[in-house]
Design a protein around this ligand. Structure first.
Ligand code: B1H
Length: 830
């Protein structure tokens, strides 16, 4: 009878719903206006663009939710092996355009809006970026989520719902200032708050031993408890109904825990203290390298890991009554070492809470974890001070010690008493500050360790993880990074998207990117070339308008748009670019009229954020502005050379800048960029690359041919020798001259730039700017020469896009699914 009642109720509800939402213009208009009136609470007769955007995005959200529910129900019914992607950072950017494109209703919305007197693009511009990450690693997570959904993999992303995303960059007088990014100010239609999906997360306290059924067990008596609340972000796939979940955790005070403090009479202070729990998920650390030994950072890591593991185990237990099949149903992916506490957490839950034997729990752990490292240098590896870990997570420290004890015992049997090697490989580092080496923990406990490009893999094997590679060669693999062509062509470059589909005669490349190679046969076709140039012109125009609106600077569309845009780091060598620009300026200044007529005009565009505490990076930003000030106001130079710094570089700015680039620079010192993914976005959009043979560029060369890009600089294996040698400023006259110009105060701020100059001249020059300068200038000259021959340039540009298919995250994800996670597609029927 209960069943009958439930069924009758379900049928009644279903009859009341209009089945699925309809996507004809009238239905869309009604939905948008309803949301304006009832969700946004503005009158339908009077609302502005932002309110229209809100109504619009809520109507899209409804459509996402339908598919998301169906997908989740389908996964639940099928109970496939799932991959859980653990990452502390996701750079999602905007969601509106991407969602309607992936849902396949972009044109319907555009039509519906235009009948209401709105333009889709204009409303889409109202959306702010979700910037819950720093740079490449975070945007990679976002691209991979898009591919996981599109390829129908049963996947979940887990992360932190920071209240403050990556700081906004404000430039005042050429100096970077950081402003907080309180991004949830105006609500976020792309998330669904799940107030009932909460888990307690414990910190501090002590570990005690208890007897349970005659068996000794460890009990962790926490000293603090906070609540993790789930916020689900539906991620729609393209050309599929599948819509997966990115679940981000927010910290809230726990009701269970601090009842005591209310009985002490100090009610106000009790409430204020309680509120402090929320600081755990309040702010993203803005340094895209190490911030070691920070308690809040460790708290963030454990907070998100603990909530995610509880959620994963709860989901597993809903469908299984023991852990026999755990490893057949669960794959856990560690995005770098940041979530590596998940390992000790799974051990803790299985042993202490689920009462499995240590050896059985260990057997499971070793089969479920895989680890991807994005790091190149040993100095970049994460370490957790033992004192800090012991106070924050006492039981975890014990577990990690136990794992290490077993590992070292095993290792002694394999390699004998080689103390140096044993101490290098130990998870516990006995230094001035005793610490846990997160990477060693991750390697020991994972079945697979992946690098992010082939060059990176070689470095892992021969340097960073050499000891481990020799012990377990079978564990090591690489999956060259990729980016999603949905966002980086379809969303960001609609004209190119249309052109590609027209010439390939199909839109199938949006799901099957290998088809892009079909463009190769038309690379020299005059008609395609004509249309290709038109599309590029339109995108350059869009970028030029943005530059003018932002800086007042008018740039010439016939000039070569030369772009370097990424986080500011010494190893990425933005300084090399600026020195090259100074050299170009210096040359133009010394030319006569007739020589000047032969110069290929350039618009040099740079941008990127410096970590707030990274002094040298901040000086590079200031130098860029100081040089721009000089060049842009020099009438001798005019349109021959312009320099622009685009402030507050983020995902949506990238979507505008990348399609407008003729040339883009990826010029890190060889051996320092694990992969690099910006280059792939430029490549897809037909920008030519000026690059060093570093990271994924080596593979790009193989794909498009060395003749189709401008390569320069030392190779990975030449770097140590060149470093040894140092730059001889007496030989390297051009380099010495441009550095001297800065030192002599040619661009002002003489004292301020001194320490910056010190990094490249004199004895040091660690990143080899001096020794690569000559070949850099040659590559720049080759680019100028190629640009004069527009037919050749356009052919190279078409071949760049045509060869970009291998750098789709679809390829990366399929490789992970098959060779690392062992998961299969699970496609929700329409
Ligand atoms: C990359 C990071 C990173 N590598 C620490 N490492 C962070 C390290 O907040 N933190 O603590 C944040 C980020 N990010 C980048 O990953 C590499 O430098 C790129 O070469 C690579 O393309 C990208 C994606 O694999």
């Amino acid at each position: 009878p209960a069943f009958g009642e439930r069924r009758a109720k379900a049928e009644r509800m279903f009859a009341l719903m209009d089945r699925f939402l309809k996507n004809d213009p009238i239905s869309l208009q009604k939905d948008i206006l309803n949301h304006v009136e009832y969700t946004v609470a503005r009158s339908r007769f009077s609302f502005d663009d932002f309110e229209a955007y809100q109504g619009l995005s809520h109507s899209v959200r409804d459509r996402l939710i339908e598919r998301w529910h169906d997908t989740q129900l389908y996964f639940k019914r099928k109970d496939p092996k799932r991959v859980y992607f653990l990452s502390l950072e996701y750079l999602m950017g905007r969601s509106l355009s991407n969602s309607v494109i992936n849902l396949g209703i972009r044109d319907e919305y555009a039509e519906a809006l235009s009948q209401l007197g709105f333009e889709f693009e204009v409303l889409a511009e109202q959306e702010g970026d979700a910037a819950l990450g720093n740079g490449g690693l975070a945007r990679l997570s976002a691209c991979q989520m898009d591919s996981l959904a599109t390829l129908d993999y049963p996947a979940w992303g887990y992360g932190l719902r920071y209240q403050y995303g990556l700081f906004r960059q404000l430039i005042l007088d050429g100096f970077q200032h950081e402003q907080p990014d309180y991004w949830l100010n105006f609500g976020n239609p792309w998330e669904i708050e799940r107030i009932h999906v909460t888990y307690p997360v414990k910190f501090y306290g002590t570990v005690e031993e208890e007897l349970l059924n005659g068996k000794k067990c460890k009990v962790w008596i926490p000293g603090e408890m906070v609540e993790a609340v789930a916020y689900d972000n539906p991620i729609p796939g393209y050309g599929t109904r599948n819509t997966i979940t990115l679940r981000l955790w927010a910290a809230k005070p726990s009701d269970q825990y601090d009842m005591e403090s209310y009985n002490t009479g100090d009610y106000i202070n009790a409430v204020v203290n309680r509120q402090k729990a929320e600081t755990i998920s309040s702010v993203l650390y803005p340094d895209d390298r190490s911030h070691q030994g920070k308690e809040l950072r460790l708290k963030q890591q454990y907070f998100f890991v603990s909530a995610s593991i509880q959620d994963i185990i709860r989901r597993f237990k809903d469908a299984h009554d023991n852990f026999d099949e755990f490893q057949e149903k669960v794959a856990l992916q560690l995005n770098d070492t940041h979530p590596s506490l998940a390992i000790s957490e799974v051990m803790r839950v299985l042993v202490d809470e689920e009462n499995l034997d240590w050896s059985r729990a260990w057997g499971i752990v070793c089969k479920i974890f895989s680890f991807t490292t994005h790091t190149v240098l040993a100095e970049g590896l994460e370490k957790i001070p033992v004192d800090l870990l012991g106070s924050l997570l006492p039981r975890h420290l014990e577990i990690i010690y136990d794992i290490n004890f077993n590992f070292v015992e095993e290792l002694k049997k394999r390699i004998g008493m080689d103390y140096n090697r044993l101490s290098r490989m130990s998870i516990v580092e006995d230094g001035a500050v005793k610490s846990i080496r997160s990477a060693n923990l991750s390697i020991v406990c994972s079945h697979t360790v992946n690098g992010v490009s082939r060059v990176h893999f070689e470095l892992l094997k021969t340097k960073l993880f050499k000891d481990f590679y020799e012990l377990w060669p079978e564990k090591f693999q690489y999956k060259t990074n990729g980016v999603t062509q949905r966002r980086w062509i379809v969303v960001s470059n609609p004209s190119l998207c249309g052109l590609i589909s027209k010439w390939l005669g199909t839109e199938a490349w949006i799901r099957n990117v290998d088809l892009l190679t079909g463009l190769r046969e038309y690379a020299a076709n005059a008609d395609l070339q004509q249309e290709w140039k038109m599309v590029r012109k339109v995108n350059k125009m869009r970028l030029a308008e943005y530059i003018e609106a932002m800086s007042g600077l008018k740039v010439c569309l016939d000039a070569m748009f030369d772009v370097q845009i990424k986080r500011i780091h010494e190893y990425k060598r933005q300084l090399l670019n600026i020195l090259g620009i100074i050299h170009r300026y210096d040359c133009i200044k010394s030319m006569n009229e007739s020589d000047r007529r032969k110069v290929v005009p350039r618009v040099c565009i740079t941008g990127g954020k410096a970590a707030p505490g990274y002094e040298i990076a901040k000086k590079i930003i200031k130098l860029c502005h100081a040089v721009a000030e000089k060049i842009n106001n020099d009438n001798d130079v005019g349109d021959l050379l312009k320099l622009v710094f685009i402030p507050d570089y983020n995902v949506s700015v990238a979507e505008l800048v990348i399609p407008g680039a003729d040339l883009s620079q990826h010029i890190s010192t060889a051996g320092h960029e694990a992969s690099g993914t910006g280059s792939m976005k430029f490549l897809m959009n037909g920008s030519l690359l000026l690059a060093t043979a570093d990271g994924s560029t080596v593979e790009i060369i193989e794909e498009i041919g060395a003749e189709n890009l401008f390569l320069f600089g030392a190779k990975v294996d030449e770097v140590p020798m060149l470093r040894e040698k140092g730059t001889d400023m007496r030989v390297n006259l051009q380099f010495a001259r441009v550095v001297r110009m800065i030192r002599d105060g040619y661009f002002g701020f003489q004292d301020y730039f001194e320490s910056l100059c010190d990094t490249v001249d004199g004895g040091s020059d660690f990143y080899l700017l001096g020794s690569d300068f000559g070949s850099y200038l040659e590559a720049q000259a080759a680019a100028d020469k190629a640009f004069v021959d527009q037919e050749k340039w356009t052919r190279m540009s078409i071949l760049s896009t045509a060869g970009s298919g291998r750098f789709s995250s679809d390829r990366t994800i399929q490789d992970y699914a098959e060779n690392t996670w062992g998961i299969e597609r699970c496609r929700c029927p329409f």
